[in-house]
Structures are given as C-alpha cells and as structure tokens.
Design a protein around this ligand. Structure first.
Ligand SMILES: [Zn+2]
Length: 53
C-alpha cells in the first residue's frame, strides 16, 4: 500500500526536515541516511524507528 502523493509531499524527515521519497515500502530521506518504515499504510516518522541505510 502506497502513500498518497499529496500526503507524501507535506511529510518531512524529523531529523533534518528534508523531503522523503517512497521506495520499497519505506520512506527514504533525500538528505540524510535514514529510512522510515511504513506500517499498515501509515508512515512512522520516528527517529528511533528509522534505520540507517
Ligand atoms: Zn533526513
């Protein structure tokens, strides 16, 4: 299940406030090395839930 592009457009990385892109059911920050999970279609924008890529 993918994130609505209109919602994705207003989301920002909580670490660096850059924009995010959805790749393989994760939200990847375009600026820093964090990737946030999407659980049941809901982006989990928590730094302690993110993984470093
Ligand atoms: Zn970031």
């Amino acid at each position: 299940m993918s994130i609505d592009p209109k919602i994705l457009a207003v989301l920002a990385c909580p670490e660096c406030h850059a924009s995010l892109e959805e790749i393989n059911s994760e939200l990847l920050c375009v600026k820093c090395p964090l990737a946030y999970p999407i659980q049941d279609g809901i982006p989990v924008l928590l730094i302690d839930q993110a993984r470093k890529r």
